[in-house]
Design a protein around this ligand. Structure first.
Ligand SMILES: [Zn+2]
Length: 254
């Protein structure tokens, strides 16, 4: 790769990331309300002003309008630019870490799905099944780009998820939700069984640790949405799973 192309490529990846990020905002806000994510145009929540194309440029429209509706001046939620920026910045980060590869693109799309389903799970305690189907599809693409290891991925789809399914049945749905089982099946297909196991362990540790703090600080109830924690584990494992596993086995002298 010629050095003078690196910066334009990262700029392009960032712009691509914020455009996808603006679609994620639509999903995060409309899916919990049961609204369509494609048919209806965006409008101001207060005055009903229908946003034109120049009001919908990710990140830049918000900055240009200083976070207010063009017509009535109502404040626009900072969630819009924040999600757009995070999605763009993380895309660039993934490509820096993993190089300009198909794998990086797949991890970017995985990240977007995880970010969105985490917000929705946090709000509604449910993971819409479409996200799990999407992640499973990414997993299938990954399997086909790495066919010599196909067993690793197929076992990954059932290793953690089967354990969780048994937990779900034994606890009659109290210990874990059906959405979490499907999420770990889809993510397992993407990650392979070793990284899927690691993702689940990271998710459990993060979940236990952060939830205890939240229960203490904000008197949060004991109901725990596992989606955001599992998602964090899945993302960390997708980026650095192999290195973490190699490092850990090294500690054990294996
Ligand atoms: Zn308005």
């Amino acid at each position: 790769m010629p050095a003078e192309l690196i910066i334009p490529i990262y700029v392009f990846i960032f712009l691509y990331g914020i455009v996808i990020g603006s679609f994620l905002n639509v999903c995060m806000i409309r899916i919990p309300r049961g609204e369509s994510i494609v048919t209806e145009g965006s409008h101001c929540m207060k005055c009903g002003y229908r946003l034109r194309w120049y009001d919908l440029i990710p990140l830049f429209s918000y900055l240009f309008l200083r976070g207010k509706c063009r017509k009535c001046g109502e404040k626009i939620s900072p969630q819009y630019p924040v999600v757009e920026f995070i999605n763009g910045a993380v895309y660039v980060l993934i490509f820096i870490i993993k190089g300009i590869t198909i794998e990086s693109l797949l991890i970017c799309l995985l990240f977007s799905a995880l970010l969105t389903l985490s917000v929705i799970d946090f709000k509604t305690y449910e993971i819409p099944v479409g996200f799990n189907i999407f992640i499973a599809a990414l997993g299938l693409i990954r399997l086909f780009t790495d066919l010599s290891n196909f067993k690793e991925y197929l076992v990954g789809a059932v290793s953690v998820s089967l354990f969780l399914l048994i937990l779900l049945l034994v606890s009659k749905g109290k210990a874990i939700g059906g959405g979490d089982v499907k999420l770990m099946a889809a993510a397992g297909l993407f990650l392979g069984w070793k990284c899927a196991t690691l993702a689940f362990l990271i998710g459990c540790v993060l979940g236990a640790f952060i939830h205890v703090i939240r229960m203490k600080v904000s008197k949060e109830g004991s109901v725990l949405a596992m989606g955001p924690y599992l998602s964090a584990g899945i993302f960390i494992s997708a980026l650095h799973g192999q290195e973490i596993i190699t490092w850990y086995l090294g500690l054990l002298g294996l």
